[in-house]
Design a protein around this ligand. Sequence first.
Ligand SMILES: Cc1cc2nc3c(=O)[nH]c(=O)nc-3n(C[C@H](O)[C@H](O)[C@H](O)COP(=O)(O)OP(=O)(O)OC[C@H]3O[C@@H](n4cnc5c(N)ncnc54)[C@H](O)[C@@H]3O)c2cc1C
Ligand code: SF4
Length: 504
Amino acid sequence: MGKPTGFLEFDRQAMPSRDPLVRLSDWYEIYTRDDDKVLKSQGARCMDCGVPFCQSETGCPIDNLIPEWNDLVYQGRWRDAYERLAKTNNFPEWTGRICPAPCESACVLGINEPAVTIKSIECAIIDKAFEEGWVVANPPSDEARTGKRIAVIGSGPAGLAAADQLNKVGHSVTVFERDDRIGGLLMYGVPNMKLEKDVVTRRVKLLEAEGVSFRTNVNVGAPGSLSAEELRERFDAVLLACGALQGRDLEIPGRKLSGVHMAMEYLHGTTQSLLDSKFEDGQFIDTKDKHVIVIGGGDTGADCIGTALRQGCKSLLNITRRQREPMERDDAHPWPGEAGTYFLDYSHKEGEAKFKRDPREYQVLPLEFIDDGSGAVCAVKVEMLSWSRDEETGKMVSSRSGDVRELPADHVFLSIGFTGHDTPNIVEQFGVNTKWGAVEADYGKFATNVDGVFTAGDMRRGASLIVWAIAEGRGAARAIDEYLMGSSELPCPNMRTELSSTAG
Ligand SMILES: Cc1cc2nc3c(=O)[nH]c(=O)nc-3n(C[C@H](O)[C@H](O)[C@H](O)COP(=O)(O)OP(=O)(O)OC[C@H]3O[C@@H](n4cnc5c(N)ncnc54)[C@H](O)[C@@H]3O)c2cc1C
Ligand code: SF4
């Protein structure tokens, strides 16, 4: 283990970031890195507990060998730490930056002390590995090639993790992507300040150098594009990893007014314009000097806030029906699960720095978008809600208070979740079964009802997290390898979840 008394000697020091007001003037990543000495002391805080819950079914979904690399970092054995990390995670430079770190919620030290900074250590290991030149293309030899051809549709973390794993065992993989750049939501959802796009393309280039083929601007299933039939003829297996990109809409009066947008339209356009022309082309929604309201929370809402702040919006509110989270774990969120406590994400901190308040406003029900007389939105009519516990069911229920207000808004961004895949042609042409917007397949098997067609990531499990997309991609690769070769040495992470969910 790290240092037996490390957790007593050193306080938690989470990943540092640039000053919120300074970083608002650019689109570069918000994070900086601690020096090796600090990281060593953070690694030393890991107690190497008998049962490392950070690796349990409530911890890291890809089974990262956390206590092992914490100890190696404490010992200054960075290269060994990288090699342990690379065993379980295809893309630690992505999770190390933007994973919400369920491992830290499950950390045993977190029961009565601040948890080990697992995510920062993960990020530091892989960043150092790139800096030192340890991460190099390692293509399979020609003799190891199996001659089997696999089509992966969708280039998000699920599709890329599967492609990486399948290529490693010698299959020939082609990834099809309808966008002009590879990366899925990591390219056109998560904004640049959270994950710089060079960090995405650096990895894509490595995959390419290892033999994975990429075809962009191919909207599989769309009229005039590649059809399911063509793909099934040309490939031995197909993986559907098209995400869950259908945003949930808010059908209240005034929805069609100009200025009311789906969040993804805003985020996709902003990143595309940044990458294409550093905003010179004007092909994005501009909130400079405008009143902005973001409806709904989560990562998507937080990213809309960070984007509007960088554009120089005049005012900013993030409204949600929910109650504010408690400051401490409550009975509904026992350890080692998600803590569910109040916290300020990066953009909330930026909003607080700029407007002297957390931009989130809780217990607000949107009623109507108000027309300025020209067909554009100028305000959102809302009613304040109150929450109380229902005596019979014990559940929290909301009721309307009668307190109705109008909040000024020139742009409104809807960020109230995703209802499932947005690619009905694929589902229809392949003939796969769906339920609640997700393609049906069991975790661990990833096989759809159609022979040779598999599915993984958000398209299978519904909108989720990068780390889960990687877990699913790795597991689907194993299932496909087994389908093609009769057996597989590839791992399927997090099978404990599957076992515990089927145990009764
Ligand atoms: C704004 C936003 C911020 C987020 N922030 C975080 C975060 O901070 N941390 C975190 O862990 N998770 C975050 N997430 C969630 C995370 O990004 C997703 O869970 C993850 O990307 C899902 O991976 P995936 O590979 O299943 O699908 P996706 O990343 O959605 O990729 C699917 C790809 O399939 C392509 N595709 C779809 N249909 C077709 C077709 N017919 N032909 C060809 N290509 C097709 C799409 O264009 C897309 O590129 C965020 C999500 C959003 C929307
Ligand atoms: S991938 Fe996420 S859950 Fe796993 S160790 Fe890294 S931060 Fe923790």
